[in-house]
Structure formats: C-alpha cells, structure tokens
Design a binder for this molecule. Structure first.
Ligand code: NAD
Length: 434
C-alpha cells in the first residue's frame, strides 16, 4: 500500500518506519524543513533505540521517503495518517490547530477517496471535526479512523512492532476496517491484538489509559511520602501490593513525578473534556496536583540538608530526560528540580547520556554540562539522581565519594539501597524509604 504519515516526530517517524519495514511504501511528511533535511541525510532527529538502523534500511530499500510536500504525497496515497503534535492549549485543553490544519491540507490535495487515520492523541469528537474540516475544501468523501498510539518513548520501535493492543475506531464501514486489518496484520502474527470500536470510544481509550497510568504514579508517590513519615519502606510496600494480581507489579515505582509530552497534557485535556461535558474529574485534578508537588520533593530534601540559601553550593544532577532511553525533556522533573536549585543560588553541573543537547535548549548556559557522569561530581556538595539511566544504577561509589565535597546523595528513583549507601559513608535519601 502507499501510505502517507504527516508529522515526523516520535509517533509519526516510528509508525512510518515500522509500516515501511513490513513492505509498504511510506512518505513521512513534516513542515519542519530542517528535520526533513536531516532525515534525508540519514540523521535521526530523536534518540530512540533501534530507530536509526530501521530508518536506514527502509530508505535504502526505497520504501521510506521524507518530504515537506504533503500535497504530492497525499495525491498518490491510499491511507493518510495524522501524527502531528496536540500540545496543551492555554486553558489546558488539547490544541487541535495542527491536526485540523493538516486535515484541511489533506482535503485540498485529494483526488479520490482515501482513509484518513488519526494517530495523534485527540479529544472525543475530533474525528468528526477532522471529517468536517476536510469537507470544507472538497466534496470527495473520506473515511475517518481513530488509531491512537500507545508506544512508549525509549521503547517505541519495540512497542510498535510488538503491540499489547491495537485500538481501531471506525465509522462502521467495511473498507476502512479491511484496510486497517491488513496494515496491522504483520504485527498480529502470534495473536490478534486488534480491538475494533467506534471512533469516539477509541479517542477516549487513549486518554483513559494515560490517565489511569498517571493516577497510579501519583497514588504511589503519595504512599511513598507517607511511608517516609511513618517509618515504612515503600519498596517493600510496592512488592507487597504488586503481588496481588488485581493490582499487578508494573508501574508502581515512586519517584520525582511524571513528565514527558503525554501524561501531563493528556490528563489536563481529559479534565477539560470532563468540564465541557458537565462531568468534571476530581481524581485527575488531584493527580496533577500531587505530581506537581512531587517534582519538588528532591529540592525540598536538598534544602532540608543544605539550607534555603544555596549560594556557594554546587549540585551535581544525574539524568535530565524525563525517563531513561530518550532525549525528550518535555515537562521533565529535572526542569523543576534544576530551576529550583538555580533560584536558590546553587551552581548546577548536570550529566545525561542522551539529553544534553535538549537540555541546552532549556537551560542554555545557566548550568554546566558534563558528558562524563563523574566530572560533574567534582567539587559538588550533593548528587541528585533524577533519571534512572542504567549507567547510574551501579556506578563507582568509591569514586563518587572521593569526588563529592559532601557525601549527600538524593536518589529520586530509588536506584540505590539505603543500608548499603549508609555503610559506604553516604548521607543518603531516597523516595519513601525512611
Ligand atoms: P512530536 O512533537 O515529536 O512530533 C510532531 C511533529 O509534527 C513535529 O515534527 C512537527 O513539526 C510536525 N507537525 C506539526 N504540524 C505539522 C503540519 N501542519 N504539517 C506537517 N507536520 C507538522 O510529537 P509526538 O511525540 O510524535 O506526538 C504526536 C502525537 O502523538 C501527539 O498527539 C501525542 O500526544 C501523541 N502520542 C505521543 C506519544 C509519545 O510517546 N511521544 C505516544 C503516544 C501518542
């Protein structure tokens, strides 16, 4: 099949590349000329494991193309995916200007009926709005499909190639259903994981899934904070509750709050949907509130140990990306932590295996960046672990101890054992482990 994917970010680039990998001819479109030029040169604008190899292979086989010309791509396509950003609007709702703008452009380019698949995360009712937008510029009929994406940054290729579920919302027509079944057949070989439903339910499924996961994190963070106050160890509590199959063991790790381009904006967008529908969510309001407070927990611990005035203090930060295996810094907890340290006069030296380039866009020259994770410890009064990259899990503790001016370690991801750290002479504090 000839496919067009509009929006060449985490979702569009991964989806387009994986469809090309199964034999389809895919044109990935973006309005960002720099991004398209980079991709044409074989450079991948984001860090995502396995992606580079897959992109290069499919470009070489002439199945994967990059372009800014949406019109030309859509004219020869059978299916057009919309995978552009849906950032948070000023009032917290999802900004649909990119999605609707692309819909209009697709409409203008149409020469025959096609299937238009919305992969962006969009509020209930957007499918109908996309269809209406297209109808303002053409009388050629299209079929709308909602196919929300569930990939995780850091494991995006793997998630796309081996999905837990494929949600497909259609208007009921057999053609769109058959096209989508065919497209996803290669990812459904061991077991059919496709769940068909109507467009509105598919749109809601994505928000409900992210909101459930965000709720779990905020709940565990509250439990962790309470554990710390009452002398319990959240790590033991986590294992204890996770052994109940009704709860399950995954996604129970407390930390410094969730960030990234999805959870924060998606829970707020669902809150706005609830308000507009006269069914406001009290739970999500609190989930957001707890999360914002949790992003400050490490900062509070530093202040409790080193004082409110951090002038003359230097703090080392390990981990800038919002989670490991990505360079994405959107709404990363590291931003709240570092801004708080800078406000109090501290000097910050930070390291991250992949996110330094992105971090420079956020902090500029207000902090110092070290490629070597140990370099930033030199002369520092404390080490803060903000992202749990693998290389931070078993570091050379002897070296850390020698390099730090004071042996404070604030572990925002509970990667170290409190007892072991204490024995090594560190003044250690994790999350929820008194
Ligand atoms: P992104 O910001 O990485 O990429 C979006 C791309 O769309 C950008 O390259 C941008 O230049 C391009 N774009 C914007 N307007 C355009 C236009 N008019 N024409 C052509 N290109 C245009 O975004 P993303 O992280 O890939 O997310 C895309 C959507 O998927 C969002 O709705 C997001 O919520 C959702 N989603 C994201 C993830 C994730 O992990 N990142 C997971 C599931 C769903």
């Amino acid at each position: 099949m000839d496919l067009t994917v509009v929006g060449t970010g985490y979702v569009g680039l991964v989806a387009g590349t994986c469809f090309a990998e199964t034999g389809h001819t895919v044109t990935c479109i973006d309005k960002d000329e720099n991004k398209i030029e980079m991709l044409k040169r074989g450079e991948i604008p984001i860090y995502e494991p396995q992606l580079e190899e897959l992109v290069k292979r499919n470009v070489k086989k002439k199945r994967l193309f990059f372009s800014t010309d949406l019109h030309a791509a859509v004219q020869k396509t059978e299916v057009a995916f919309i995978a552009v950003g849906t950032p948070q609007d000023e009032d917290g709702s999802a900004d649909l200007s990119h999605v609707l703008g692309v819909a209009r452009e697709i409409g203008k380019a149409l020469t025959r009926p096609i299937v238009v698949v919305n992969k962006s995360t969009v509020p209930v009712g957007t499918g109908e709005r996309v269809k209406a937008e297209i109808a303002t510029v053409t009388s050629i009929p299209i079929e709308i499909v909602s196919n929300p994406e569930f990939l995780k940054e850091g494991a995006a290729v793997d998630d796309f190639l081996k999905p837990d579920r494929i949600i497909i919302g259609t208007e009921g027509g057999e053609h769109a259903k058959a096209v989508m079944t065919d497209l996803y057949a290669p990812f459904n070989r061991t077991q059919n994981r496709t769940i068909f439903m109507d467009v509105r339910s598919a749109e809601m499924t994505k928000y409900a899934a992210n909101s459930m996961l965000a709720t779990r994190i905020s709940f565990m963070n509250e439990i962790a904070n309470l554990c710390e106050k009452v002398g319990a160890d959240v790590n033991k509590v986590r294992i204890g509750i996770g052994s109940d199959p009704r709860i399950g063991a995954s996604f129970l790790f407390p930390g410094v709050g969730f960030g990234g381009s999805c959870f924060p904006k998606d829970i707020r967008a669902l809150m706005r949907t609830g308000e507009a529908a006269g069914s406001p969510s009290r739970i999500l309001r609190i989930v957001d509130e707890v999360n914002n407070a949790q992003k400050r927990v490490l900062l509070d611990k530093v202040i409790a140990a080193l004082g409110k005035d951090l002038n003359g203090k230097q703090i080392a930060v390990w981990g800038l990306a919002f989670k490991p295996q990505t360079d994405d810094m959107r709404e990363a907890p590291a931003i709240t932590v570092i801004e708080g340290l800078l406000e109090r006069g501290a000097k910050v030296r930070a390291s991250d295996p992949e996110a330094i380039k992105q971090a420079k866009r956020v902090f500029g020259d207000r902090i110092t960046y070290d490629d070597d994770q140990y370099a930033c410890l030199e002369g520092s009064d404390a080490l803060l672990v903000v992202t749990e990259w693998n290389e931070y899990r078993r570091p050379n503790f002897k070296r850390i101890k020698e390099l730090l001016k004071q042996p404070y370690v604030f572990d925002g991801r509970n990667v170290y054992e409190p007892e072991t750290m204490k024995k090594m002479g560190f003044i250690y504090s994790g999350i929820g482990r008194s």
